[in-house]
Design a protein around this ligand. Sequence first.
Ligand code: 13P
Length: 250
Amino acid sequence: MREKIVVANWKMNGSLKHCREWAAGFAELPKPQQARTVVCAPFVYLTEIGRLMMPIGIEIGAEDVNENPSGAYTGEISAGMLADVGCRWCIVGHSERRQLFGETDNRVAMKALAAVKAGLRPIVCVGETLAERESGATERVILRQLTAVLSVLSPKDLGAIAYEPVWAIGTGKSATPNVAQAVHSAIRQRVAQVNAEAAQTLPILYGGSVKPESAASLFAQADIDGGLVGGAALDPVSFHAIVMAADALR
Ligand code: 13P
């Protein structure tokens, strides 16, 4: 069976106080037996959350990374720096980065490659907008985004793929389990064209309004191996409930 992973994406939220209260709140709750738990947080908090969360079994990750190893890129953070402060994971190609900061498929692929070279597991986000879904372009868009990454990296180097339909992010309208499963299956088939064995072990996470109430039915789908959680991950009790929904699937 594939590993189950639940990843928090805090986005640009929180404070040192929030980090400390969150870690203390999560530490009081029962430990998952098998689901991997990852918190991706703003760069400035990574050292502190690593100190607080690694001892309670949570791995840490960044929300983005620069594709260059070092140099004159004022304000940017390299994958090596992330590994240096204890990150194991890094989100790349989140739709907010693609839409608000103009990240292209090619740049996302370069970021994923930089993460792998530094020993991080990239979580590559793909997803269609509402207009793309309504015009029947969902699969074409997702496969285009995926192909860019697969042209520079072997599937076995990927940490996870996250399917995040843009219309489901922060809207409270999660994709239904069937709709999400259909896309996850298409993603796995595309990966299998490159490496059938890696496709079977690659975790494919769903993101977009995952809540404690919706998590179990999403994670029960054959090709949904966990979640990438935004809003509900800001509260340790809600996030823990989502982790336990993944943990219960053995
Ligand atoms: P929400 O869970 O708030 O919809 O955010 C999803 C997301 O973008 C995670 O990366």
